[in-house]
Design a protein around this ligand. Structure first.
Ligand SMILES: Nc1ncnc2c1ncn2[C@@H]1O[C@H](COP(=O)(O)OP(=O)(O)OP(=O)(O)O)[C@@H](O)[C@H]1O
Length: 248
């Protein structure tokens, strides 16, 4: 399996020296190129699990392996996109996208060429000289996406990437992710609270429960893409997820 999460538990020691178990023996196996959504109530450990996969932190027990190698630190093969974009306001769009490429030690011209290619992919060629504060939230998220994709990661980890966007922009970004995922075939793991977003984007939806965080169930979404949010099959799966989500 491409990503193997085996019996992963994570506990934090709190200020009063007590222990908070956030993840409890989580098992999850992900195929290369799959789109996986982590869905669950606030505090069930979704971000914690994403951080462990990213290598920002290590499990208390259990292991996470990617392509056979245990994850012990962050890697340029796994890029995380956050809700707050993480752009540098004093750099224009093209310089923000080039940022990730600077670690790759490419020649300036090559860096520029790749950055332009990905800015085009996210539809922002006309804005490449703009600075983040001059752009809407949706556009800033596109810049963050271009920057992440430009380094050609194998895995894209997204922590509620559209959480701060209004409903219309959010829908456009979902379409964008869908289109880019089809074109680039990345392995994507994303966290959301939005059931419709999960059914629209995921091959499989991992429903988690809190206290401590566990995988409750995994729901397959075998619908052809691009998915029609108003189709009966779509609504049936949405309903199934909704029911699972609410059952204790
Ligand atoms: N470094 C830390 N130290 C102590 N507790 C932590 C730490 N990181 C996370 N937690 C706790 O772990 C629990 C799970 O947090 P996490 O952010 O993973 O949940 P989540 O499912 O992503 O929540 P949300 O949907 O609200 O973002 C929370 O109770 C949180 O307070």
């Amino acid at each position: 399996m491409y990503i193997s999460i085996e019996k992963v538990s994570k506990a934090f020691t709190l200020k009063d020296k007590s222990t908070l178990t956030v993840l409890d023996k989580v098992d999850l196996y992900i195929k290369e190129g799959e789109s996986i959504c982590l869905l669950g109530p606030s505090g069930c450990g979704k971000s914690t699990l994403l951080n462990l996969i990213a290598g920002f932190d290590t499990p208390s027990t259990g292991t996470i392996k990617i392509d056979g190698d245990t994850v012990t630190q962050p890697s340029i093969d796994r890029i995380v996109i956050f809700q707050n974009y993480g752009l540098l306001p004093w750099r224009n769009v093209i310089k923000n996208v080039e940022l990730g490429l600077e670690a790759k030690k490419l020649k300036r011209k090559e860096r520029r060429r790749i950055a332009e290619e990905y800015i085009k992919l996210v539809g922002l060629s006309d804005y490449k000289k703009h600075h983040p504060p001059q752009l809407s939230g949706g556009m800033q998220q596109r810049v963050a996406l271009a920057r992440a994709l430009a380094v050609e990661p194998k895995i894209l980890l997204m922590d509620e990437p559209f959480g701060a966007l209004d409903a219309m922009t959010r829908m456009h970004m979902q379409d964008e992710i869908e289109r880019i995922w089809q074109e680039k075939k990345k392995t994507i793991i994303f966290v959301t609270h939005d059931i419709e977003e999960a059914v629209f984007l995921a091959d499989r939806i991992v429903i988690m429960t809190p206290s401590p965080g566990r995988v409750k169930t995994i729901i397959e979404v075998p619908l052809p893409r691009k998915r029609d949010k108003t189709s009966l099959d779509f609504l049936k799966i949405k309903d199934k997820v909704f029911t699972e989500f609410n059952l204790k």
